[in-house]
Design a protein around this ligand. Structure first.
Ligand code: NDP
Length: 337
């Protein structure tokens, strides 16, 4: 297979709110950006339902529809979007080099991308509990009754009981959404209070189909490949009591992990893996590399803040390129003289 080589002034990894906003700004600045779609094009909003807190949509908008708008706007100004699995990167010199494959499982490098500047907007992915039964099929029941996405899989749990694990906004949102299908939704939380926002807690707690098991940890997911999930083994950390609870579905909603493993050897990160940026800018420790959205923000993690930091990263990249181009032409001019 022939290898494709692309050289761009601005390369953006990830097509969630951060990446596509960076693309809109870079494209309008005539920088002809390239966006590389990750394994989940459009990012986390494509697996959510109503988004009620994105400004400009008084009646709310569905997550996937919002991301279609972002994408259309980025493309309207000339953004090129490609799909390739980035296998490794070399950030030792500019232009930076990114090695892309057709998919995760192949060995062969099919695309080499050279980037004068790089904006990392690779977002974050759902975290898992690491308990028996949770692994994907065939080793466990993942995808066969265990899920981290109610929007994707809720439909399969009509008129049966399900559990949602977690106590943040994601857990509240998943639980509330699942009441459309399931006969009963039990939120299992390890403490005696939620960390979710007041409004989302209230909505979940008011729902007659939702019950909460406080101070409870799920130790194992039980079932068979034929029947799917049949029960969870639970442990009450106040009383020390262990028991089994029948259920047909388990939705894990315990937060997210930034998708930054590719950059571990190059960029400064915090203990969890969020990329560190400098002061109020989106600059990383490597000149010409910028980070935005959930890959660098462990605190706000909202679509609108991701979009905001995407805009900042594009402006930072634009200024970096302008400064470097004028330095390069000054060097060339002094060389001539
Ligand atoms: P959070 O980190 O806020 O919450 C994670 C929850 O999972 C916590 O309750 C935590 O328990 C629990 N948890 C973590 N690890 C484990 C474990 N190993 N076993 C059992 N329980 C565990 O993550 P979210 O994804 O809920 O939210 C992230 C951000 O996204 C927040 O800022 C949130 O506001 C935002 N968000 C907004 C939405 C909206 O506005 N529509 C929707 C979804 C998210 P504990 O409390 O004990 O630490």
């Amino acid at each position: 297979m022939s290898q494709k080589e692309i050289h761009k002034k601005v390369v953006i990894l990830g097509s969630g709110p951060a990446g596509l906003t960076a693309a809109i700004y870079a494209a309008r600045a005539q920088l002809d950006p390239l966006v590389v779609d990750g394994p989940q094009p459009g990012g986390q909003l494509t697996i959510t339902t109503d988004v009620e807190n994105y400004p400009g949509f008084a009646d709310g908008i569905m997550g996937p529809a919002l991301m279609e708008e972002f994408r259309g706007q980025a493309e309207r100004f000339g953004t090129e979007i490609i799909q390739t699995w980035i296998d490794s990167v070399d950030l030792s010199e500019r232009p930076f080099t990114l090695y892309g494959k057709e998919n995760q499982d192949t060995e062969e490098i099919s695309t080499i991308i050279k980037a004068d500047t790089l904006i990392i907007s690779t977002g974050a992915s759902a975290k898992w509990l690491g308990i028996p039964g949770e692994d994907p099929v065939p080793n466990g029941l993942g995808g066969n009754g265990v899920s981290a996405c109610a929007t994707c899989d809720g439909f399969f749990f009509r008129d049966v009981p399900v559990v949602v694990i977690g106590g943040g906004d994601t857990a509240m949102e998943e639980a509330t959404f699942l009441t459309r299908f399931a006969s009963k939704v039990t939120i299992i939380h390890r403490r005696d209070e939620f960390r979710a926002s007041a409004i989302m807690q209230e909505r979940a707690l008011k729902n007659p189909k939702i019950e909460v098991l406080w101070n409870t940890e799920v130790k194992e997911i039980l079932g068979t490949q034929e029947k799917g999930v049949t029960a969870v083994k639970i442990f009450n950390n106040e009383t020390g009591e262990e028991s089994e609870m029948a259920t047909s579905g388990v939705f894990v909603a315990i937060g997210h992990q930034p998708n930054t493993q590719l950059f571990e050897d190059w960029l400064e990160m915090d203990d969890v893996g969020y990329i560190r940026t400098e002061g109020s800018s989106m600059k990383t420790n490597i000149e010409g590399v910028f980070a935005s959205g959930d890959a660098q923000d462990s605190y706000y993690r909202q679509a609108v803040t991701a979009a905001g930091t995407g805009c900042m990263a594009a402006i930072d990249a634009e200024r970096f390129l302008a400064e470097n181009e004028s330095e390069e032409s000054a060097d060339a001019a002094s060389g001539e003289g």
